[in-house]
Design a protein around this ligand. Structure first.
Ligand code: ZN
Length: 413
């Protein structure tokens, strides 16, 4: 699958090493220092392309873009991989509802998503892999799990036995009752007859009438969602034997903590004997005007529609960064207009012939981001600098600041 176009990032001049990045890790329930390395491996779960990118998606990919930018600015490389679930129940259901071909629907939504990511200046993944193209990898992964005796059939489908991973449940910290409830709400089938445990997850679904299926040694069918990400991550992030965990960061929205990320980690653990990620990073949910934003409520705010209506994508980026990534928050016209007003103040300051000193501000932005991506603190520092500039303070280097805003925050102002 083609990714979106690349983003030019200016070099960051700070006069010293950047502080080590610390990130909230769901598994250890703590803010952990990310070990300094020359090369990182990051996997972020992608969209199921049946509806345009709403602000919740944008906020998630923006968060991992900040991590990507910070690690790169620290002098490391980041192998960033993202999947796209281009075959799954929700996509087929939507295609039937709208009377369109599921492939056309997926292509159209993937194009919209790519456009949104370009507008928001999100660095593209090095590997952007669709579920359909990953089928051979999924088959390989299911075979690897089968060799650990963790796969069994129910009718002609295949399931992964979660209790084969002694760590199962340790990343998401939920009781069995909570897991069962959430599993059922998020695409799982805890009450299906024939399963060894209600929480076991589908890894290969045999072809159903009027649904697509692909020939494989597992039969004609399609991959389960969780194994898709496990297989893609392990292949394209190429874990090293010398590393303690398979990859450094696995990320997504907080609605992926369970079952999705727990299942991926359990499968990877059974396959390799190693923990999947050093840090499991999750972003908060975004609501609209006091209500949860969801497809079923029909109150999604789409990035593409805001941009088509003339909203500067940088204002969307700024608005999304004005609250900490882990916090569930509300979107409203007021949030956007506050961001637009703040940006216009900063732009005015950046155009002054003399600007307030910038070296300390660059340091403050780097420190804020290193502290579990504290974007509200970074934004507050930029606003305070703008005020000082408007008040006549001088001696700063505006190019240094522009480069920092771009390199670390993805803002071109
Ligand atoms: Zn995933």
């Amino acid at each position: 699958m083609n990714s979106w176009s690349s983003v030019d990032i200016p070099a960051l001049v700070t006069g010293g090493e950047l502080p080590a990045l610390r990130l909230s890790d769901t598994a250890s329930q703590s803010v952990k220092a990310v070990e300094k390395k020359a090369a990182y491996r990051m996997y972020v779960c992608g969209i199921t392309p049946y509806d345009s990118t709403h602000l919740g998606h944008a906020a998630t990919y923006l968060t991992f873009d900040l991590i990507n930018r910070y690690l790169r600015a620290s002098g490391s490389t980041v192998n960033y991989v993202q999947n796209i679930t281009d075959i799954d129940d929700p996509l087929l259901e939507r295609a039937i509802r709208d009377g369109v071909d599921w492939k056309d629907l997926a292509h159209q939504q993937i194009d919209l998503f790519r456009g949104d990511m370009v507008a928001l200046r999100v660095i593209p993944p090095a590997h952007y892999i669709g579920a359909v193209e990953a089928i051979p990898l999924v088959v390989e992964a299911v075979n690897a799990l089968a060799s650990q005796e963790s796969i069994y059939p129910v009718d002609s489908d295949l399931y992964f036995a979660v209790n084969k991973d002694p760590q199962f449940g340790k990343r998401s910290h939920l009781s069995t009752k909570e897991m069962t409830t959430i599993f059922s709400e998020r695409g799982g089938d805890p009450s299906r007859a024939g399963k060894q445990s209600p929480l076991d997850c589908l890894v290969w679904m045999s072809q159903r009438p009027n649904e697509p299926g692909w020939e494989s040694s597992l039969g004609v069918g399609r991959p389960g969602w969780h194994i898709e990400c496990t297989a893609i991550a392990l292949k394209y992030l190429a874990p090293l034997d010398t590393e303690v965990t398979l990859i450094d960061i696995q990320g997504g929205g907080s609605d992926l903590i369970f079952p999705h990320h727990e299942m991926c980690a359990a499968q990877a653990h059974v396959m390799t004997g190693k923990e999947l990620a050093g840090s499991y990073v999750h972003t908060g949910m975004i609501g609209l005007d006091g209500e949860k934003m969801s497809k079923s409520k029909g109150n999604l705010v789409f990035v593409s529609r805001l941009v088509a209506a003339g909203v500067d994508p940088m204002a969307i980026r700024w608005a999304l960064m004005s609250t900490h990534y882990r916090v569930d928050r509300m979107w409203s016209d007021d949030v956007l207009s506050k961001a637009q007003n703040e940006i216009s103040v900063v732009e005015k300051a950046l155009k002054m012939s003399d600007v307030a000193p910038t070296a300390q501000l660059v340091q403050q932005i780097a420190e804020a981001i290193s502290n579990d991506l504290d974007t509200p603190a970074a934004i507050a520092a930029v606003l305070s600098w703008s005020q000082e500039t408007m008040n006549g303070s001088n001696g700063g280097d505006v190019t240094q600041l522009r480069n920092t805003l771009d390199a670390l925050l993805g803002l071109t102002l």
